[in-house]
Design a protein around this ligand. Sequence first.
Ligand code: SAH
Length: 360
Amino acid sequence: MSTQPNLYDLSPDALTRLLADWGEPAYRAKQIYRHLYVHLTSDPADMTDLSKALRERLAKETTIGNLQQIKLLTGDDGMTRKVLWNLPDGSPLETVLMIYPDRATVCVSSQSGCPMQCVFCATGKLGFLHDCTPGEIIEQVIWAERELQAFFSSLNRRSKIENRKLSNIVFMGMGEPFNNYDNWWTSVERLHDPNGYNMGARNFTVSTVGLVPGILRLAEEELPINLAISLHAADDDLRSDMMPVNRRYPIADLVEATRTYTEKTRRRVSFEYVLLKEKNDFPEQALRLAQLLRSEGKPPLLCHVNLIPWNPVPGAPLNRSDRKRVLNFQAVLKEHGVPCTVRVERGVDIAAACGQLAGR
Ligand code: SAH
């Protein structure tokens, strides 16, 4: 295991201090920071505005990233790319890049494995292995940005695709971001930094299993990023069956925290709802969900429902809802005034879709 500092783990201040220890002026730190986050330089040798001695010292005493790429899989005609990494301790991590005609999204992992144990998700089957450091989260995004640029340069110039930068970063890969809040949030702030990678706050989306303290904490943050909440059931018995976290934070508490969040931030949240055939996809359950989100006597929750037909996970005794049941479920929600869409699927052929990330 490397004991050299990973440059992606260093804040601008920490980078300045490291360089000061080496007897280098502060503007050197600024140059390096720009290399990391603007030019996406992966090798100190390419930082040609630095002295040769400094480049060599960086190469010897630091690393730019610490993820080891094990495998790269492509699906959807090259428009979906999943990379499997090993962390320095050998635990697996996955990142998925999804390219669309008008945008590109990277789905990032915040932990290796996951402690939350939702029954329908492949990642939980690994158990919890590792909290990603800020740098390990950032490196996944930088990889995606480089991968995207390589993709565009391989296309002919007449491609209709205009946008050549990542447009969205979603924390929906392995792990529970709010279970690794500090490291995760540091990565968001770093990637947002206008002097560096400069990703707009509204282009980040975090998805949580429903950890109430994390939702309340996010409501207090200044950066207005988007929040998605994995709901998946509108009654406690069923939700506790599917998601053990519901015993700690039952639906009423979750909805109350969501209300606090929307009132404080004025931002619409999305509720994710994985559809499992004959488990949580009956019309009566859609009705119950609508009632939950449109509770009488209170203003409707500022929200949107994202329906996700379940992606198969080996060994899980569950079934995917067929198209007809999905559309029926959606129709009931719409009838009751709940805005609702069905998630477009990506990466099913390479086990890169929602809930299929298990380091294989
Ligand atoms: N821990 C976070 C983020 C990771 S999962 C969370 O729970 O929200 C991202 C989304 O994929 C969540 O809504 C999750 O419930 C959903 N998901 C998990 N397994 C799935 C599967 N097999 N098929 C479809 N969606 C799944």
